[in-house]
Write a protein that binds this ligand. Structure first.
Ligand code: OXD
Ligand code: MN
Length: 589
């Protein structure tokens, strides 16, 4: 039994929501092992979850979401502010009144026959000045258990909250799972989140995108810090010094892989190591010493399963070998384990696909795992986890990296001229669709700072906030752009990626220490060819030259595309428009 604090605001709100949704029971989550085990057993009994092989996958469970409910629903995601201009041109908007009028009737009585779980959780180490508390009410055991993996949840959070502590009010119900009535609503004026009719993680585990990005971005602007869609990684050199990097890539561009990179053998032999602090979200603040500090507000990984294998990311795979909940992957009925495309070359013959149909991996013509199938794993299970993940002050950031998937335009790496130019580079972040995902190569999707679906306020103001943070930072991290996905004329990748991205990180960190010179180009500072270590790499002849080439013609097209994108924003800071003009002039120059 949880020990409840005498927090009137919390107790009144829980009672108000109970009266609205009328669950049969209310259970407070203290996250004791005894309670969690009872919930797992209940989840198995109701069929919500299936217990996997305790020898091969100890503490692991299998879950399926509804087939119409397998991804974030951006068209059903709203920022609910009194003034639509506060949500800005890149978000869906409803006023709080409109949103509540539409959704309150859906919540009415929606938990009848169910238990309402009250999940107190902390984003960030409990008690850190960086951290924030949320309380999620949910009628899903899967959500309650997943929140206990993804966040620090339970009694310690209630104790931290105490009688006067403030919290983000998070309301979730599976409802009927009806897609037409599915809503993901954010109320930044009252620090509240409501989602209904989805059980999918990105919509229902509200600590992640809803709180730690959309609501937190608003808090950050108000209070002078930043919530970003960034991994955090530490690179240890042979002297034992660790430098930290934060990097923003749009979804499906390899954030988790970079966060858990294994350096190539020549680096490992010299003593280089890489430590993962986080793979998806960074909260960034200015420290007393005038540097930028980052914490990972999460406590687990909500990773895409397909493509995660012993070659691509052995550290992520190791994290999934215990205490993990798998969603929508293949069930191997022979040994009661799981499988997905890209795990290994040995799919089960006697399996069940993500829809629950019999599936034989040796003869199947359809994919067994849903392409967005997931694992929810505790961060502690990752072999390269940094010993700083629980540090209340976070880690000092030496470099910020933006990255996208561009076949031709962006070079392997470049450095921005200064902070303002770096903010411009982030605002221009984009990725191209690939043949594999869309059937059409080269369609550019603009995704500023990889935050397009996650910025909780007007993106013009968000750019201004970035510029303002730069003004306040006495020691600014350098800002870089990378592109692991450059292709030759025949569509072959020029760069091997994965562990070999260490070679680029080495250049980036050398630049942060002014240890190597760089070459000025119209778009930024490029490496000299000899400063990228290619020892032991089997690059095609001329590949490195091509990787470092800037094609002025293509970049002038990029300027046009960006001008069009910028025309959406009525609150675009002048400094960014000036940067765009400056880039055009240099390219024409
Ligand atoms: C995620 C995403 O799930 O970016 O992390 O979509
Ligand atoms: Mn993400």
């Amino acid at each position: 039994m949880a020990n409840l604090p005498d927090n009137r605001a919390l107790l009144d709100w829980v009672e108000e929501c109970r009266a609205l949704m009328t669950p049969d029971e209310v259970e407070w989550i203290d996250a004791s092992e005894e309670q969690l085990e009872r919930l797992r057993t209940k989840g198995v009994a109701t069929g919500e979850m299936h217990r996997l092989n305790p020898e091969l996958l100890p503490g692991c469970y299998y879950h399926r979401s509804h087939p119409t409910d397998v991804a974030r629903v951006e068209d059903r995601t709203f920022i609910c502010t009194t003034d639509p201009a506060e949500a800005g041109p890149t978000n869906n908007h409803m006023t709080p009144e409109e949103a509540k009028a539409r959704v309150l009737p859906l919540y009415k009585g929606c938990m009848k026959g169910r238990t309402m779980y009250v999940v107190p959780y902390s984003m960030g180490p409990i008690g850190s000045p960086f951290s924030r508390i949320g309380v999620e009410l949910t009628d899903s055991i899967y959500v309650a258990l997943s929140m206990c993996i993804m966040t620090r949840a339970g009694q310690a959070v209630l104790d931290e909250l105490g009688p006067d502590g403030d919290f983000v009010r998070c309301l979730h119900s599976k409802g009927t799972l009806s897609p037409e009535d599915r809503y993901i609503l954010h109320f930044p004026e009252e620090d509240a989140i409501w989602s209904i009719n989805s059980g999918y993680g990105g919509n229902a585990l509200q600590g992640k995108k809803c709180f730690a990005l959309r609501i937190a971005s608003v808090l950050g602007r108000r209070e002078g810090w930043m919530a970003e869609h960034m991994l955090i990684v530490g690179v240890e050199n042979p002297k034992g010094e660790i430098k930290y990097i934060a990097a923003a890539f749009p979804s499906a561009c390899g954030k988790t892989n970079l966060a858990m990179l294994i350096p190539p053998e020549i680096y490992r032999n010299k003593g280089y190591k890489v430590w993962c602090v986080g793979d998806d979200i960074a909260w960034l603040r200015i420290g007393k010493d005038g540097r930028l500090y980052a914490t990972n507000p999460e406590n687990g990984f909500f990773g895409v399963a397909p493509g995660t294998g012993a070659k691509t990311n052995p550290n992520a795979l190791a994290a999934t070998r215990q205490n993990t909940i798998f969603t929508n992957v293949v069930r191997n009925l022979k040994d009661n384990t799981v499988w997905w495309e890209g795990l290994d070359k040995n799919p089960p013959e006697y399996g069940e696909d993500w829809l629950g149909n019999p599936w034989n991996g040796k003869t199947a013509t359809t994919k067994g795992a849903q392409p967005n199938s997931r694992f929810t794993s505790p961060i502690a299970g990752c072999p390269c986890i940094s010993d700083k993940v629980d540090d209340p002050n976070g880690v000092p950031i030496s470099a910020i990296i933006f990255g996208g998937r561009r076949a031709r335009t962006a070079p392997l790496v470049f450095e921005s001229f200064d902070w303002t130019h770096g903010v411009f580079v982030g605002s221009a972040l984009s990725s191209e669709t690939t043949a594999a995902t869309q059937g059409k190569v080269g369609v550019v999707r603009r995704d500023p700072m990889a935050m397009l679906p996650f910025c909780g306020y007007n993106m013009g103001d968000y750019f201004a906030h970035w510029l303002d943070m730069g003004e306040k930072l006495e020691h600014k991290p350098k800002i870089f752009h990378v592109n692991w996905f450059r292709q030759d004329k025949d569509g072959n990748f020029l760069w091997p990626g994965f562990g070999d991205n260490m070679r680029v990180l080495e250049w980036i960190l050398a630049r942060c220490e002014d240890a190597v010179p760089a070459v000025k180009s119209p778009i930024g500072l490029l490496p000299r060819k000899e400063d990228i270590n290619v020892q032991g790499l089997d690059l095609a002849p001329g590949a490195l030259d091509e990787l470092l080439t800037v094609d002025n013609g293509l970049w002038l097209e990029e300027v046009q595309g960006l001008r069009e994108f910028y025309s959406k924003f009525d609150r675009l800071p002048d400094a960014l428009r000036a940067q765009l003009d400056g880039l055009e002039a240099r390219l024409k120059g």
